[in-house]
Design a protein around this ligand. Sequence first.
Ligand SMILES: [Mg+2]
Length: 372
Amino acid sequence: MAATGTIGRVDVYAVRYHHVGPSFALSGGRRASEQDGTIVRVETGDGLVGWGEQCVFTPSFLPGFGPSTRAVLEPLARAVLGADPCRVEAVHARMEAAIRGYAYAKSALDIACWDLFGKATGRRVADLLGGARQEELQLYTGIGISSLDETRERCSDALAAGFRQVQVKVGTSSWRADVDRIEACVEALAGVDRIIVDANGYWSQADAVRVVAAIDHLDVYVEQPCASVAECARVRRSSRRPFVLDEVLTGAREIVEAHASDALDAVRLKLANVGGITPTRRARDVAVALGLPLTVEDSGGGDIVSTAATHVACSTEPKFLLGGYLPSEMVAERIAVGAPRAEQGVARLPAGPGLGIEIDESALGEPLFRVE
Ligand SMILES: [Mg+2]
C-alpha cells in the first residue's frame, strides 16, 4: 500500500489510432494511416489519478516504437513507485537514473505526474508552469505529400477550416518537384499568416541549397531541411528564409548548440522527443532566453498528449509563441472529454485542474500490465 500522495500504481494501455483522412505522407515515401499509442494511468496512495500518453506517428520518423515504449515503461514505472508526483523534477531524475535514453517513454509518465500535480493542488498545468499567458492558441495544420491538384484542394480545405498557419510537407522525387509544390501552396494559401515547408530532414545539403535559392523570394519558413545541424547551418547561410528545427532538438543543450551553429531562427519542441513536460519546459525557457520563437507540440497521439502540449504552449510568453498543433485532430478516436479541439484554427486551454480533461476509461479496454 503506497503512502498518501505517492505513486502507488501504474497501469499501461496500448491504443491504436486511425487517421480520419487519407494516409499522411512525409518525405522519402514515409506514410502513416494508423498510430501506435501508449497511455499510462498513474494512481497515488490516496486514490488520485493522473494520465499520460506517448504515441508513435510512424517508427520511420522520430525515435520511438510502440512495443519498446511499453517494454521500457515497466522498469520506469518501478523506478517512480513511492515518489511524490508533485515533485516533477525529482520524479524525472529517478527515471533518468533508472534508464538512459527512451525520452519518449519517459514523456508519458512525466505528463501523468503533471496531471497529478495539478489535481493535488487544484491548479491547471499551465498555471503550475508559471501561469497561462494566453487562453487560446493559434494552430497550424499539416498538409502531407500528394499530387499538386490534391495539395491545392487540401490548402483550400485548411483555409475553409480557419487555419492561419499551414505546414506543407516536402521531400518528393526531386528538388525541382519540391519547388513546384512550394510555389503551388504559396499561391493557394495567399493571405495566411505563416507557411512552413518541412522536409523532415530529407534533403541532401546540395538539394536544400538549390531549393532555398529557388524559393528565396517567397515568404515561407524552412523546417528541418537536412538531417544534421551542421548541414542545416550551411544551407541557412545561403538563404534569407527563417529556419525552424525540430527533429534534432531533443533538449535545452541541443537548442544552445544549434543556436551557436547559426542553424536556426525558430524552435519546434515535441514532448516525446524531449522527454515530457519537465525537460520541455527547460528547453522552452532556453529558447526564449536566446530570443527564439517556438511551438510546443508532439508529432502524434490523441487527446492527452495534445492537451499536455497546449498547457506548455499557453504558458509561454506570447511574443515568443509561433503557434500550436493538435495531433489529435488527425485521428478518429476520442479518449477524453474536454480536450482542446481546433475551432476556426484556434484551440482553447481547458479550465479544470491538472490537464483539465476527463478520460473515458471504457475507450481504453484492459491495461496491458500493471506495476504496483
Ligand atoms: Mg517537422
